[in-house]
Design a protein around this ligand. Sequence first.
Ligand code: COA
Ligand code: ZN
Length: 319
Amino acid sequence: MFTELPQRIRVNEVVTRDGFQSEPEFVPTTTKVELINALAGLGLNKIEVTSFVSPRAVPNLRDAAEVFAAITRDTPTRYVALVPNQQGCARALELGVEEINLVMSVSESHNLANMRMTCEQSLQQFGQIADMTAGTGMRLNGSLATSFGCPFEGQPTQERILGLVDAYLERGLHSLTLADTTGMAAPNQVQSLCQAVRARWPELELTLHFHNTRGLGLANVLAALAAGVDQFDASLGGLGGCPFAPGATGNICTEDLVHMLTEMGLQTGVDLDGLLLQSERLAGIVNHDLPGQVRKAGPRRQTRPLPHSVKQLMQDGRT
Ligand code: COA
Ligand code: ZN
């Protein structure tokens, strides 16, 4: 399984979007800006900064424009915003956002719950967004939420997903994210879908977005890696979740992902110690426990001081 893995893995941070969108408390704008600026120096491929969505739908991200205007965009990291419709795209264009993440669900019922649109209406919006952004240099990533299961409808067929990828590409979207919105994916399913997408569109830039709702997050990353996927979304501390999906919980944790990949000898270019520091800071910002594990246990190579009682036994010549 691990013989021919991609050697360089790109890691995208989504904590200030997926993480903060469903927090019980609004995170102050300046705190968001400071966190994004700190994360941007750590070697992440992209940072999904915020969402240009209805402030009534996601009140925690109502400061999206202020956040985008205030961050220092002076690193190689790509700063991304989630956009559901033309109105969101217009806001992103005004702020010179370099990439927008267009999101719709594979399942009609979750798209209606999340975006208050049918899938066809979302696709129409995306076609119009492609026209609006033509010639501006703005990149369009298309995300397919509930790609591995919908909390209302269960598992979609592979045929349905491949059909929607076709629809995205016909509308001129540049890259694709397959998202497991509520952690319903299993490794065999991940490998099979990733293989099918890569076989049909070998040149397409593909990202996998997992949630760890059922403890399968990093197992699913391994399955995607085995299918040749080299780009993953993750959230600092493992914070995250869709406010419009019952039972949704956090994304895979960025520092746990980078720790695993590094220990497997794969290059991410991400500063793990820097992530751990920011994750510690995040726990203070949201003021509750975070699911990430490496922050609590320490990296696996980090040893602990020998207990005094053991030192004593050694000194007494008992060993
Ligand atoms: N940015 C800011 N405001 C927006 C907006 C956008 N992209 N799109 C719509 N609005 C505003 C409209 O101006 C209108 O405001 P008003 O009532 O003050 O006049 C209001 O939202 C309703 O507009 P409408 O077009 O009827 O939208 P809707 O109520 O049918 O909702 C969405 C559609 C897509 C805007 C909404 O469902 C949404 O924002 N969903 C995002 C959900 C999300 O982020 N989920 C988690 C991430 S996957
Ligand atoms: Zn998510």
